[in-house]
Design a protein around this ligand. Sequence first.
Ligand SMILES: [Zn+2]
Length: 200
Amino acid sequence: MRSPAAPFAHDDVAAAGLLLAGEPLAVDLANTVTVATDPAVELLVDDERHAAFWALQAHRLPPGATAPSPGQTADLRSAVRSVLLSHLDNLPFDRSAVSAVNAAAADAPSAPQLAIVTAGAGLRTSWGTQDSVALTVGAVARSAIDVVTGSSADRLRVCASDACSLLFVATHAKRQWCSSAVCGNRARVARHARRQRQEL
Ligand SMILES: [Zn+2]
């Protein structure tokens, strides 16, 4: 089966210190901390990992966007995680998290534009700010809004493994693992071992 993270090369994902990448931007950011263990595990452990995360995501950020500071990233992640988890668990939204996401989206207004290309017309986005960090933060905020209100809003899930807390948007209804190659495979191996024990 094609990995949902296919556009992201495995080595690049590992180099960025991530367990998964290629989910919507907001989900990828939310997954930079894992909470299946106590205490939670921070994946953006230092400036290098922080820079690597944003470098990995650069191709889907607006042109000219640059990385926020680690502190801005942490604040953004906290607001985005709150919104995604409230949606996932069907809990009331935290108002300050919603305000933070809305403010970030408003700081990077955009308009769809028709671009004339050789084959006809294409879509281009015109961004209403030159602030390179606001572009990045705004793109993540828009992604969070889309994940909880868009056409896949009922497909946000947490990995079915007890040892994993990664979020993903299920591209097909039956998907229950963050990655079939990691958690899905671990579950298959465990099931196989159980069956063998029962047959002895
Ligand atoms: Zn998992």
